[in-house]
Design a protein around this ligand. Structure first.
Ligand code: SF4
Length: 469
């Protein structure tokens, strides 16, 4: 794996379409970058929910026979990368439970920071959990809620959880889309003829030829049923804190979220980086794919030629067989290769979106050096990552984050580059149309918007889920 933060999950729901499951399938396909460990779809047919899940990528799991079993006019789906809970089929989503009021399915993107304490309480009162993921506490809280309506039960349950959730809930005849009050993760509403679609990112609507309507608001609970759409705002109002990393790296560049095109913000970040930290070089080279768009902005702003001096192999799966005679840095080499005629004899600025542990960046610098570069200057379109994320992104512990342990010169030395510069938080936030207060920057500055009061127990929480207890 390249040394990156890992995407969280992607969700898609469709209401009121005879091809609901097929559309969800296509939506999940568009959101494959948000999770490749498992995928699932649940549909509602003749008053019953039917679930199909599997490990792996969407196209490998869902063949014709599986999709045919998913009949009905409503469906929701989920792509998973395990941020909490071990990587196993029992943790694949959507979660589906049957309880006194009927059946309930859940697809969740995000991470709850108080799931362990809620889970312990629920277990002590007799709840039996099927998975080790944090999301399952929500369906148990809903099952225990005494309210009469689906919306009220959802509101009662969601008011008890803290952290990040952009999620979809489905009964036999209704869907709820909900976003936590801070709005950490994106969630968008679209339309296809008379049917409604909710998806993590707007790129889903483009593939299925739907129309993007709007984003689900932070703190909104949107009910979709035969009467149309009804919005509720049951949570206490708080400052919006959208994850800035969605724009830096996680979301697809052809998506529109947090009131802005991801492509445009990424390119503007490259321009801003060039203003803040220019480089006296002959060539701008992106680390593909994550650095491509910001490098375009950097090149445009600086007037320096842009070249694809690194080529990515897009056909590398999660596992590959390494030859017995060891090849140095095989894991990176199999994914990236330098184009020697482009690099040789040049002073090069390498543009990437982030440095996490520094291990991949160091190998890339070495690769470019071996290709004959005269000088190598790294320019990074995110600020130094100093803290872990607790809101649905898989991040290493602080000990492993290079910027948490080394100053700029230490990082430069470790990477063996001629210079290293990161964009500042202020400059990064200046590219967005939304005011800076509306963004979470906790992994850069440690200002966690939802306080992690007892860090030890939160780490314990993550470990508990990871080990599958
Ligand atoms: S801590 Fe970083 S990755 Fe996590 S939600 Fe905040 S900005 Fe996003």
């Amino acid at each position: 794996m390249l040394d990156k933060f890992h995407d969280e999950c992607g969700v898609v729901g469709v209401f009121g379409n005879s091809e609901a499951a097929n559309l969800v399938y296509l939506g999940l396909y568009s959101l494959q970058h948000r999770g490749q460990e498992s995928a699932g779809i649940v549909s509602s047919r003749r008053g019953k929910l039917h679930l199909e899940v599997g490990m792996g990528k969407v196209a490998d799991i869902f063949h014709d026979d599986r999709l045919q079993r998913l009949e009905g006019h409503m469906a929701l789906g989920h792509n998973r990368y395990s941020t909490a809970g071990d990587s196993a089929l029992h943790n694949a989503q959507p979660c589906l439970i049957n309880y006194s009021e009927g059946s309930l399915a859940l697809a969740h993107n995000g991470n709850l920071v108080n799931a362990v304490s809620i889970r312990k309480e629920l277990v002590s009162t007799g709840s039996i959990f099927q998975s080790t993921n944090d999301s399952e506490v929500i369906v148990h809280l809903m099952a225990q809620a005494k309210d009469d309506s689906f919306v009220d039960r959802a509101a009662t349950a969601l008011k008890q959880v803290k952290g990040a959730f952009s999620l979809l809930l489905m009964t036999e005849d209704e869907i709820i889309a909900a976003r936590d009050p801070q709005g950490f993760r994106p969630l968008c509403l679209g339309k296809l003829d008379s049917s409604y679609i909710v998806a993590s990112e707007s790129c889903v609507f483009d593939l299925i030829e739907g129309e993007f309507i709007r984003e689900i608001e932070p703190g909104e609970l949107l009910l979709i049923n035969k009467d149309g759409l009804t919005s509720y705002f049951p949570f206490q109002k708080t400052q919006t804190k959208q994850c800035v990393f969605e724009h830096i790296y996680f979301s697809r560049p052809d998506s529109f979220l947090f009131n802005q095109s991801v492509y445009e913000s990424r390119k503007a970040t490259g321009r801003a980086l060039a203003q803040e930290h220019p480089a006296d070089v002959d060539l701008i080279v992106p680390v593909p794919d994550s650095g491509v768009i910001s490098a375009l902005g950097f090149a445009e702003e600086s007037g320096i030629p842009y070249e694809m001096g690194l080529i990515r192999n897009h056909y590398v799966g999660r596992t590959f067989i390494e030859p017995q005679s060891q090849i140095r840095d095989f894991g990176v080499k199999v994914k990236l290769n330098a184009v020697k005629p482009v690099i040789k004899g040049k002073r090069v600025a390498i543009i990437d979106d982030s440095i996490v542990r520094g291990t991949t960046s160091r190998k890339i610098v070495k690769m470019i050096r071996e290709a004959g570069a005269k000088e190598i200057h790294l320019r990074i379109s995110s600020p130094p990552i100093l803290y872990s994320c607790f809101y649905g992104i898989d991040t290493p512990t602080r000990n492993e984050l290079i910027a948490s342990n080394q100053d700029l010169e230490g990082i430069r030395k470790f990477l063996e580059a001629d210079s290293v510069q990161y964009i500042s938080i202020e400059k990064l936030l200046s590219v967005f149309s939304d005011p800076k207060e509306k963004f979470c920057t906790a992994c850069f500055d440690g200002n966690y918007p939802v306080k992690i009061e007892d860090k030890e127990s939160d780490i314990e929480q993550l470990n508990l889920f990871m080990s599958g207890q």
